[in-house]
Write a protein that binds this ligand. Structure first.
Ligand code: ADP
Ligand code: ZN
Length: 789
């Protein structure tokens, strides 16, 4: 076929998608010397007017006529010259055919450029080849028979020794080659002799990429497998799941079981069944639930397991990915992005805590891990198990209306343990003084004292980081605001130094270091920090702090219970590994009280915890979001599930200023069905999910006038599409977002409501066709948003 300008012969054309925001794919000629290229491999190609070399994913491959014809039609019959690919980055595709299809679906459903989706699918550590090194291997060039003669003719005795050694060890080809370093050590010589041998053509050197084999689970944490006898409910549920797995086709089972009803045990049994069929499984957990405990339980039962979470180093992550890709692992357990694990023969996907909002990614691609899991299961003909004690309204509704969804309940705790006793503390009845000094009410404090005396443990939970979320001047009402964002700053006390931290077990606080009188103010959105002024910059009076935060709670507990060992768990106080260690200390009784944010609410199992305190049940309710009730209910139920996970009776204190709030009332009675019915009625009346679909278009810019202009233009384009296509859509906005400025960018949003997902797709397809490649302001589209902030 033809030659192009450079004279290279090109028989093939590839289509390339880039990570940069361009929402389009581009065709390139492939010089024959670069062929073959497969979809999923990354290539280097010239891009833009200046032909800068950029890296993109090859997403399709055709012989030249096909695409060329297509390119012609796209250009309205005018043929244009294709550029030539410059190089190949990956030896093998990073994204296989099945994941490529999934990427296309995500790109379409979540309105995100395909190149960005692909970039997000493959961990950065894999793209960089973190922890990989090339090792050199040696083998004899001549065949076994010729060796003796060659060797006798060799001059240097070292060279002879090396050749003999290779001969004795049978290193005659790249497969049987010996590691160069090992050979050098065995002979006790330097590189020189080997160079000479190679120059003479007697030995050959092969290169292999070696990944350090890094266990993702510390050895000390591996526990014994204990196999339990399933109770009646579990047996019934497993029989249901077994039927589905035997059918061997796509389906979804919602496993609705109260905390401690034995769901995790069932996931494990289901995985055993699917492995017996020669297929593989992925288990998704919210990042914060990926504790040592959960990982331990799975790794005790499965040998070929890969783990993926943020606590791993880049090298570990790369090693885990390759373990999966090469088929060395047949079970992958991980957070949201583990849904992209390159696992062949996928037969089962488990999504634990399926209602968790953290499954939604908040940067592009803004996918929901659970929904992508369901899609991937469908593409692989796999079964998907969604588990939760408080399933999302979306999933509950799917169970009622979609034929491939089914529901199984586990209504009781295993071994018939009683649910913990719930006690409401009405904070309006005193206890909470106005300056917020008493985060722990008297009844809670009294009970805490009792259980500590019995050497039992407690978890105190406050869903807000920092020390105080308002720093203000009581006399002129000046509040410390972020310079970049429309939010108040949160006061933080400095974190312990590393040395101090490791001297104490975990981050156990002792009375000795309770009072630190300095700190800094931090913005939780842009992470900017400033020192806190002593005096008000406006009127010169002393600044005060109000509001609550986990740090302040920690301080109060330390003051009131000086004899207790205490640790705080939140994203300020610890990175992944510290977190594992503290939980370990807690489970072994070296810590009496754990204080923390929602990191504590998930999946932990501590039999000796008999008291859980919800310091403020109201933190979610104040959020201007339609899911506030649902979140509040989930949170209280989830936290409550941490108490009394053994024969010892558990007690839960729920402190609130809004004791009559229905979500709190239903949660207190553990009346899930009651809550759901009431909430569904409300959602239906307002055309909200799960009945209607939502999407938010969030636009931002530093210049407000420019932003407003762009938003109004967006609204006109939307209206135009809706009119021409006669779509059933409600559009609200543009209006300022709840947080109207973040990192100096003003934020406005347009909310779109439609009764069906298909309408949303039509609308966005049309919008994408009209969008310029570089819009004037930053535009983010969030389909099925989990909140509207
Ligand atoms: P969930 O995931 O619903 O919270 P788990 O599967 O973690 O529940 O079970 C809670 C605890 O009970 C675990 O320690 C588990 O090993 C144990 N367990 C589960 N099923 C049984 C059973 N049938 N008999 C005895 N113990 C069980
Ligand atoms: Zn800020």
């Amino acid at each position: 076929m033809g030659r192009n300008d450079n004279g290279a012969v090109c028989h093939h054309i590839i289509r390339v998608a880039f990570e940069s925001a361009a929402d389009a794919e581009f065709d390139y000629l492939v010089p024959d010397e670069l062929w073959p290229i497969e979809p999923g491999q990354r290539v280097e190609v010239p891009f833009g007017k200046k032909n800068r070399l950029e890296i993109g994913f090859c997403v399709a491959v055709e012989d030249r006529d096909c695409f060329a014809a297509l390119a012609m039609t796209q250009a309205g019959g005018k043929q244009f010259k294709l550029k030539q690919a410059a190089g190949i980055i990956d030896k093998e595709p990073l994204v296989g055919a099945e994941l490529m299809e999934l990427a296309r679906w995500i790109s379409s459903y979540y309105v995100c450029p395909l190149g960005q989706v692909l970039a997000a699918m493959v961990p950065g550590a894999v793209k960089k080849g973190a922890g990989a090194r090339t090792a050199k291997y040696l083998y004899l060039a001549s065949n076994p028979d010729g060796v003796n003669e060659t060797v006798t003719h060799l001059k240097g005795s070292r060279q002879k020794q090396i050749a003999r050694h290779l001969q004795e060890e049978g290193a005659f080809d790249p497969e049987t080659a010996l590691d160069l370093q090992t050979v050098l050590q065995a002979i006790g010589c330097g590189n020189e002799s080997i160079k000479k041998l190679a120059q003479k053509g007697i030995v050959k050197i092969a290169e292999k990429t070696i990944l350090k084999s890094l266990p993702a689970i510390p050895k000390a944490m591996v526990i014994k497998a204990e196999k339990v006898v399933l109770n009646e409910d579990q047996q019934r549920a497993l029989a249901h799941i077994k039927d589905k797995l035997d059918a061997g086709k796509f389906g979804v089972t919602l496993l609705h079981g109260v905390t401690d009803s034995g769901k995790t045990e069932l996931y494990i049994r289901a995985i055993e069944l699917i492995l017996q069929k020669g297929r593989t499984a992925i288990v998704l957990l919210p990042e914060i639930a990926l504790t040592a405990q959960t990982v331990q339980r799975f790794s005790a039962r499965f040998k070929k397991i890969a783990v993926m979470h943020s606590g791993l180093t880049a090298a570990q992550r790369n090693a885990q990915w390759h373990k999966t890709n090469s088929g060395e692992a047949d079970v992958v357990i991980g957070a949201r992005s583990a849904i992209f694990a390159p696992l062949p023969r996928l037969g089962l996907i488990v999504v634990d805590e399926e209602h968790e909002p953290s499954y939604k990614q908040d940067t592009a691609p803004r996918y929901h891990g659970r929904d992508v899991a369901i899609k991937r299961a469908q593409l692989s003909g796999a079964h998907c198990i969604l588990g939760s004690a408080t399933p999302s309204l979306e999933t509950l509704r799917n169970c009622r209306h979609k034929k491939y969804f089914s529901l199984v309940r586990l209504p009781k705790r295993v071994m018939d343990l009683p649910m913990p006793q719930m006690k409401l503390v009405d904070l309006r009845q005193g206890g909470f003084t106005r300056d917020g000094v008493n985060l722990i009410s008297e009844p809670l404090a009294a009970h805490l004292q009792q259980i500590l005396a019995k050497k039992e443990q407690a978890i105190l939970f406050l869903n807000r980081r920092g020390y105080s979320n308002f720093i203000f001047c009581p006399s002129c009402k000046y509040t410390l605001q972020c310079r970049n964002c429309d939010v108040t700053l949160t006061f933080h006390k400095p974190v312990l130094s590393r040395v101090e931290g490791s001297q104490l077990a975990g981050r156990v606080l002792t009375a000795a270091r309770r009072h630190i009188d300095y700190g800094y103010a931090m913005c939780h959105y842009c992470l900017a920090q400033t020192l806190v002024p002593d005096k008000c910059p406006l009127c010169g009076k002393r600044m005060a702090m109000i509001g609550l935060g986990s740090q302040r709670l920690e301080e109060e507990v330390a003051r009131k219970f000086p004899q207790a060992h205490l640790a705080r768990v939140d994203s300020d106080s610890m990175a992944g590994r510290d977190y594992y260690r503290v939980l370990n200390d807690f489970s072994e009784g070296r810590i009496d009280i754990l204080v923390g944010t929602q990191m504590l609410a998930k999946g932990l199992h501590f039999p000796n915890v008999t008291l859980v305190g919800v310091i403020s049940a109201d933190t979610c309710l104040y959020l201007p979001d339609f899911r506030a009730n649902e979140r509040t209910f989930q949170l209280i139920s989830q936290v409550a599930g941490r108490a009394g996970r053994s024969v010892k009776k558990g007690m839960v204190f729920v402190q609130t200023f809004l004791p009559d709030q229905p979500a709190i009332q239903f949660a207190l009675k553990a009346d899930f069905d009651g809550f759901v019915e009431q909430e569904l009625k409300h959602r239906k009346a307002c055309n909200l999910p799960p009945f209607w679909r939502l999407a938010a278009i969030i636009m931002r810019d530093q210049n407000f006038e420019k932003l407003e202009l762009a938003c109004n233009r967006m609204r006109r384009i939307l209206d135009g599409i809706i009119d021409t296509k006669r779509l059933k859509v409600t559009v609200r906005g543009p209006m300022p977002a709840v947080i109207s400025r973040i990192q100096r960018f003003h934020r406005m949003q347009i909310i779109i409501q439609t009764p069906q997902a298909a309408i949303l797709r039509d609308l966005f397809n049309a919008l994408r066709a009209q969008q310029p490649i570089r819009p004037a302001v930053k535009v983010a589209i969030d389909v099925d948003p989990v909140n509207l902030l």
